[in-house]
Design a protein around this ligand. Structure first.
Ligand SMILES: [Zn+2]
Length: 380
């Protein structure tokens, strides 16, 4: 192992050993700051912590001329999802066990390997002369509702960025876009009565079905629109609950839906359609209430934007093939920092084991990523 490879393995191991399951991101930030201490002490890296909650700090690191005209943003989240049933793991999920060239653990793929790789690349690049700036944002709470990115975006951290590299795993794909998301809950309120006397009550489940039909009908034309980059939007009702027993009219019921949006079938259009559907005719005595629980817009840069090309060339410089360019079906922090004209690339080490038991990353994948990131940081 080269010295650089050893550094990224050590940093990644230490990161995975912090169980930052929607918490403790401040400890990951501590690790990063300790690793970069020689650089920030020498004034080569500037650092700022933006506290989200006690023990949960976002960390923003910048390199290059503070007055630079052109800024490359780099994003990586420090939190991970729950490990699930730990007894099902081959190695304990926060042990960062290495076997046969793979490092196992929660966050190995999603996305402490991407974060460790960009940090090691930043440390190297901090010692060189750049004509642009690099603004690395290590965020909190991405897996819950992008808490950190929302906070940083609201504070203006996305505004000056010409490009944004999100170091999320992707099996060597170099993606330029991601769909947006809407989660909603529709609750139907009715009145309980004996099922033999429905005239005395109001059936909440019947009201819920009326909404479901209206909502799927109202959003069908939006789902039919084919976005040139993001394909079709989708709308699924994924949860439904209601009723207490077989001979009683249900007095309340709810369902929850999930929508994945595109630039031409966007969040506003879907929310409008849902609001319309919530006014549909329902049984007498039933009323519907719609709650939009979470919203994130789509982010769709051109597949041949300048940052994608820089990543592809960097891959070639280090002896890799050009990656496939597609869009992400999942969401990242990108949407929060997205603005018209932003060059966007979602690219990082890791595979399809995100959020799974026995999540792992291949060390060679991480080593290649450090080289690619260094090249991108120098040449964007
Ligand atoms: Zn992730």
């Amino acid at each position: 192992m080269t010295d650089e490879e050893q550094q990224v393995v050590n940093l990644l191991k230490a990161m995975v050993q912090i169980p930052s399951v929607g918490a403790k991101e401040g400890q990951v930030a501590d690790l990063i700051e300790a690793y970069l201490a020689p650089e920030w002490q020498a004034g080569l890296i500037r650092r700022k912590r933006i506290t989200y909650a006690p023990g949960r700090d976002n960390l923003v690191l910048t390199v290059g001329d503070p007055k630079a005209k052109r800024w490359l943003g780099v994003d990586g989240h420090m939190d991970v999802v729950d490990a699930g049933d730990e007894s099902k793991w081959e190695f304990p999920p926060f042990s960062a066990h290495i076997k046969d060239g793979r490092l196992y653990g929660r966050g190995a793929t999603d996305m402490k390997s991407g974060l460790a790789a960009v940090i090691v690349a930043l440390k190297k690049v901090a010692h060189t002369q750049l004509d642009h700036g690099i603004q690395l944002m290590a965020t909190v709470g991405e897996e819950i509702d992008n808490y950190g990115a929302r906070q940083l975006a609201a504070a203006g951290y996305g505004d000056r960025l010409a490009g944004l590299l999100v170091a999320e795993p992707g099996n060597s794909n170099v993606d330029a876009a991601e769909r947006g998301i809407i989660d909603y809950t529709l609750t139907a309120h009715g009145k309980a009565a004996h099922s033999s006397r429905p005239d005395l009550g109001a059936n909440a489940i019947h009201g819920l079905f009326a909404f479901a039909n209206a909502a799927l009908t109202a959003t069908a034309p939006l789902q039919a629109k084919d976005d040139p980059i993001l394909g079709h939007a989708t709308h699924n009702i994924d949860m439904i609950r209601g009723g207490n027993q077989i001979n009683s009219l249900p007095e309340s019921a709810y369902l929850r839906g999930n929508i994945r949006t595109t630039m031409i079938a966007d969040n506003d259009a879907f929310i409008q359609a849902l609001k319309q559907a919530a006014k549909t005719a329902v049984p007498k005595g039933v009323h519907l209430s719609l709650s939009i629980d979470s919203v994130l817009g789509p982010a769709a840069a051109s597949p041949d934007n300048a940052l994608i090309e820089t990543v592809q060339q960097a891959r070639q410089h280090v002896g890799l093939d050009r990656g496939a360019v597609a869009y992400r079906t999942g969401i990242t922090d990108a949407a929060l920092f997205y603005h018209d004209g932003l060059d966007l690339a979602i690219y990082g080490p890791g595979n399809d084991t995100s959020h799974e038991t026995n999540e792992y990353v291949t060390l060679q994948d991480v080593f290649d990523s450090v080289k690619v990131y260094k090249d991108v940081f120098m040449n964007y």
